[in-house]
Design a protein around this ligand. Structure first.
Ligand SMILES: NC(=O)c1ccc[n+]([C@@H]2O[C@H](COP(=O)([O-])OP(=O)(O)OC[C@H]3O[C@@H](n4cnc5c(N)ncnc54)[C@H](OP(=O)(O)O)[C@@H]3O)[C@@H](O)[C@H]2O)c1
Length: 215
């Protein structure tokens, strides 16, 4: 498949690319920083320069593809404004580009427990921005999968997770999120699903199959 990853130099995305390439997919990565291009090229990913906040229309950058993945984020150092411009509007612009380009499939990295306001003003904006992006995707008519990881760590992946529509607070290695995304991208039956994922005991493949009962 032809895949376009927004936020392609992010920590999860950089773990996802090799999993997709070794399965024979072709991957283009949207990045805004030219210094990141060589890291993508070294993996075999084609860099496409696109600032998801500065551009209004992403369609020419996204081009033709079978699926888009939203792996971008304003990040922990950013303020309220960028929660709206990146975490919400960047994801929504990618929905619009998918529609414009006839791309039916959209996989979103979201986050757990978005409906419980908590934390600082900036964190509350983050939760609301991610929620509004997810809701826009649900309404979009695209074949979506919304993956909601717990707190991300840089621990080695285990290949094992807990997965359900709603889980207690937990954490998960980015490597396991990348492995979940790789499986989701090859599993059209995960379209229409949204689920929490944290560290846990179940192999990723069987955890995904088990989720289909919640459709
Ligand atoms: N941290 C957590 O515990 C947690 C928990 C659940 C879910 N999440 C979600 O997980 C996702 C990815 O996590 P991660 O750790 O892989 O993130 P990350 O390493 O911070 O990667 C985010 C990427 O987005 C890119 N980006 C930011 N603004 C951009 C723009 N205007 N145009 C183009 N690219 C832009 C960044 O590029 P630059 O280097 O150019 O800024 C970066 O490569 C995020 O959506 C986050 O909300 C995080």
């Amino acid at each position: 498949m032809d895949m376009v990853i927004a936020g392609a130099h992010g920590k999860i995305a950089m773990l996802l690319h090799p999993l997709l390439l070794e399965r024979g997919h072709r991957v283009r990565g949207l990045i805004r920083n030219p210094d990141h291009a060589s890291d993508l090229e070294a993996l075999g990913v084609k860099p496409v320069f696109c600032d998801l906040e500065a551009e209004d229309d992403l369609s020419t950058h996204v081009g033709k593809a079978d699926v888009v993945v939203f792996a971008a984020g304003a990040g922990p150092g950013s303020g309220t404004e960028r929660k709206w411009s990146m975490d919400r509007d960047g994801a929504i612009k990618l929905i619009q580009a998918a529609h414009a380009n006839g791309i039916d499939r959209y996989v979103m990295i979201s986050a757990m427990d978005l409906r419980t306001p908590r934390g600082s003003e900036v964190f509350q904006a983050y939760l609301q921005a991610k929620l509004e992006a997810d809701e826009a995707l649900e309404r979009s008519g695209l074949a979506y999968t919304i993956v909601r990881p717990g707190r991300l760590t840089d621990d080695p992946g285990t290949g094992h997770v807990a997965m359900a529509p709603a889980l207690p607070k937990g954490q998960i290695p980015r490597a396991d999120v990348a492995a979940v995304l790789a499986e989701v991208l090859e599993s059209p039956s995960t379209s229409g699903l949204q689920f929490d994922v944290t560290e846990g005991p179940e192999p990723i493949g069987s955890a995904l199959v088990g989720l289909e009962r919640f459709k």
